[in-house]
Design a binder for this molecule. Structure first.
Ligand code: NAD
Length: 332
């Protein structure tokens, strides 16, 4: 039934059911690293909840997934506060929606806007802290304000520098992922040993990084792409494009495909090219990320409670659209 035709009581019942269902899936996905449904099923139900909440704002509950980043933290890992929260990201599912997002953003600012367009790596967020050029802490996003301490584990990831070429105090953030080949090998091994297999490389990466025993993490062959510099003005960085170059210069792994785009046609061409190359990549991607390139403008645009206003994920369409429809009929 279309949201607009629902009574308040019908909407309240649907919202309660959606919040309950989505929160169960979040627990499975974020906390247990073992989702029972595919992402596009989660996304479609999340969308429907967003539509209900937009039409019936009084029904927005504090435990709604639209108000929360991530999920419950693993109890047995130490906790790390994030003074600058690690947020989620808004998403769009078509070029038309991407255009709407850009038009709304550009209507609110005076200057011409350029974007840095990157691959959306299918892993989990990771924050790394350096003091005087030495790696002192690694943490997960957790619920955005408090993450899990995975310092010992990140020390086993070969592409993460233990020391920087300069004695900088620095926090960087990015994505930790499991390459496709490592994922295939891990699941084959687990199957042979009669263990449960991971649903996808993202969940395998999360399960492998959030280990109590760093030796287990080491065997899992994780890798990273870093893309965020915290407090970039301290290092004279003014754009996202410069931030990536800075990270690369310091020895971090950065994704080589990103481009600066001044218009939607360039973004469209990037999406087409990356979609075509997707299967050949050594790692999984679930879309592309469009970020305002100018960091001062990013700061000016700011964040909502859950997502930055200056970036958006364009998610690739699901491969079997049929499944989405069935799952929605079943859950709502
Ligand atoms: P998200 O994964 O959609 O997007 C935000 C994240 O993208 C960031 O935190 C960052 O880690 C990552 N990212 C990757 N490449 C990036 C880049 N180049 N620049 C910036 N960030 C980059 O958001 P989320 O809040 O972590 O999770 C929501 C998604 O998780 C849903 O859309 C759904 O697909 C999936 N999910 C699935 C289930 C399930 O049961 N299958 C449950 C919960 C969530």
């Amino acid at each position: 039934k279309p949201v607009a035709q629902c009574s308040q009581a019908e909407a309240a019942a649907a919202v309660a059911a959606l919040v309950n269902q989505l929160n169960t899936w979040r627990q499975e996905y974020y906390t247990n690293d073992a989702p029972s449904v595919e992402d596009h099923v989660y996304d479609a139900n999340y969308r429907r909840l967003q539509e209900f909440e937009a039409a019936f704002p009084a029904l927005v509950a504090s435990d709604s997934p639209t108000q929360q980043v991530g999920g419950a933290l693993a109890e047995d890992l130490p906790k790390v506060p994030h003074p600058i929260p690690m947020l989620s990201m808004g998403d769009v599912f078509s070029l038309a929606e991407l255009q709407d997002w850009a038009s709304r953003l550009e209507a609110g600012v005076e200057q011409a806007v350029a974007y840095n367009v990157e691959l959306k790596i299918d892993g989990l967020s990771l924050a790394l802290v350096y003091e005087k050029g030495r790696l002192v802490q690694g943490s997960t996003r957790g619920d955005g304000n408090i993450g899990e301490d995975v310092t010992k584990n990140v020390r086993t990831i070969p592409d993460i520098p233990q020391t920087l070429p300069e004695p900088l105090d620095l926090e960087v953030r990015g994505e930790c992922y499991m390459p496709k080949a490592a994922f295939a090998k891990l699941n084959a091994q687990r199957e042979a040993q009669g263990q449960s297999i991971f649903a996808n490389p993202r969940n395998a990466a999360a399960g492998s990084l959030r280990q109590l025993d760093a030796q287990v993490t080491k065997q899992r062959q994780l890798a990273t792409f870093m893309y965020t510099v915290i407090a970039p003005d301290q290092y004279g960085i003014t754009t996202q494009h410069e931030a990536l170059a800075f990270l690369q210069r310091l020895g971090f792994a950065t994704n080589p495909t990103s481009v600066v785009a001044a218009d939607l046609a360039t973004i469209d061409a990037y999406i087409t090219a990356q979609t075509a190359d997707r299967d050949a990549l050594a790692y999984g991607i679930d879309g592309i990320v469009v970020k305002v390139n100018d960091l001062a403008l990013q700061a000016q645009l700011g964040n909502t409670v859950k997502v930055p206003r200056w970036e958006i994920a364009y998610k690739f369409p699901p491969e079997e659209a049929q499944t989405v429809i069935q799952a929605i009929e079943w859950t709502v």
